[in-house]
Design a protein around this ligand. Sequence first.
Ligand code: SF4
Ligand code: SF4
Length: 416
Amino acid sequence: MATEAPDTNLETVDVAIPQELPDVGLIRQDLFTKHSRPDARRRPGLKKIPPELRRRKPNFDHEQRWYKRFVWRLREDSQFQRSTIQAAFVLLCIWIGIEFYLFMRWGLSGGTEAFYSRPPGVEGFLPISALISFKYWVQTGIVNSIHPASLFILLAIVAVSIALKKSFCSWLCPVGTLSESLWMVGQKLFKRNLALPRWLDYPLRSLKYLLLFFFIYSIWQMDKEALAQFIYSPYNKVADIKMFLFFAEISSFALWTILILMLLSVVIKNFWCRFLCPYGALLGIVGWLSPLKITRTESSCIDCELCTQACPANIKVHKADRVWSDECMSCMLCVQACPVKNTLEMRAGIKSRPVQNRFLGILVGGVFVVVTGLAVLTGYWQNSISREEYLRRFQQLNSPVYQHFRGEVPEYGPHD
Ligand code: SF4
Ligand code: SF4
């Protein structure tokens, strides 16, 4: 714990604990420019910050030209950068969704509607198929030709997590973006989000690890033949089509489940991601390999706890020298909230130089684009299912050979 320096050398500055968290929307300039509010209460025992240690707070409004202001904010404001990348990724997913809808319309019409090719990016929403493809690739060295993009998207996500912890969740994942938007709505409506007590939070957080364990264990038991049997099965060949139909013809049970999860996400920050997402559990484990961690310099920390209050993962940042938590999503909200210069930063080691804001988005987006771009360049992006084969399979979707039971697919022949 840092000790308080004698007051004689210090000048009092207005650092206080806000009664409520500052808003963190798509544009979060307020976190960057206002650390105190008129109604804020001062926490007794807070250290004072010498002027030379106060963090620089750029005022982007001084720049009149919008494009220069945009570039400046992208460089200096990690939250603006993150929101921009999140919005770009959501737009990309919407584009993929529209293309896939047009492909589905062609297929379900029996080929009478105009043909649109299937966007391979849709395989990013097939995590089970991706995990099976991954194990098959590790065991045989073969990138399967049914959902090759799913394997490369999984590899890209894992590579992003090795580079910058669970940053995929807070920078790229569209479900993470939706989840963040929902808790921000809750914060606007109710002025706060509900934080569960630890005795309930810990067991709930372990649910996602149980789900991950269930999937990994089931896949672990499959030998090479069983993996190939699943990958080349009629069911797996149309898994993306089945997923579309699941949402297009959603049952009332599934719809209510999604609605309840969304409502819970309004009240509790990142309800789905924190408690239930097995992908997030996997990335949390992989993220331990990342050398980059939020690092606190204890000697200059004034124990104001603004970092902890800003953290959407409820991590006690003000108590950690390095944030090792599997819940840290590298969202940088804590760093943005810290009022003291060079005190809370993303670093590879306690003594190493901090990673500048401008490189974070390049790192997260760059690693993802490089790995998926590699798949495109090496011909492992498009699958091998022809237009004629898809048309035939669209007509057979209700046949028993296109069903599965807990990952097990029915026997099928060479002509299925
Ligand atoms: S510790 Fe910081 S970077 Fe990690 S989740 Fe919390 S606020 Fe985000
Ligand atoms: S690290 Fe956290 S507690 Fe320390 S000065 Fe920064 S915001 Fe305050």
